[in-house]
Design a protein around this ligand. Structure first.
Ligand code: CMP
Length: 139
């Protein structure tokens, strides 16, 4: 077992429905801990930069519009096998396919309004945490 870091976002749809606390409760309930948290509204440039890997995808414009539509919460998360554990707690990208007991089943709507983001690998997590947090902000 290894202690690992991952990165998550409570997206604008979940923040708008008052689910920040509910999402964090499920993350902590899975044995993970937060080492950095910020409430912010992404700028166009931040959203485009963060999701640059999806730039060529047909949904990119909608994704950036959605992610800049309201405040979100960015989180650095730590724990045993945190990347995989958090992905299990989130459920699959499409909220409609998410099993009961997952964050996306509880708070998501569809593949776009899917309540949360999570890193897909430890290397990606490193870059995504650094995108939003200085090392001194992680406690
Ligand atoms: P996320 O984990 O934040 O990473 C990329 C996001 O793009 C994903 O969650 C979805 O919200 C969104 N996404 C992925 N595939 C599609 C799709 N086919 N249509 C619309 N949005 C998508």
């Amino acid at each position: 077992m290894s202690i690992e870091r991952t990165f998550g976002i409570v997206k604008p749809d979940a923040v708008a429905k008052g689910a920040i606390g509910g999402v964090i409760q499920m993350i902590e309930g899975a044995g993970l801990r937060l080492l950095g948290v910020k409430l912010l509204k992404l700028s166009q440039a931040q959203a485009e930069g963060f999701y640059a890997v999806h730039k060529a995808r047909p949904f990119f414009g909608d994704l950036v519009r959605f992610m800049t539509s309201g405040p979100c919460v960015v989180m650095a998360i730590e724990g045993e096998n945190a990347v995989t554990r958090y992905r299990e707690v989130m459920g699959p990208t499409d909220s409609k396919k998410a099993p009961a007991g997952t964050i996306r089943a509880k708070f998501g709507t569809d593949i776009e309004k899917n309540a949360v983001h999570g890193s897909d690998a430890p290397e990606a997590a490193k870059g995504e945490i650094a995108f939003f947090f200085a090392a001194s902000e992680l406690v």
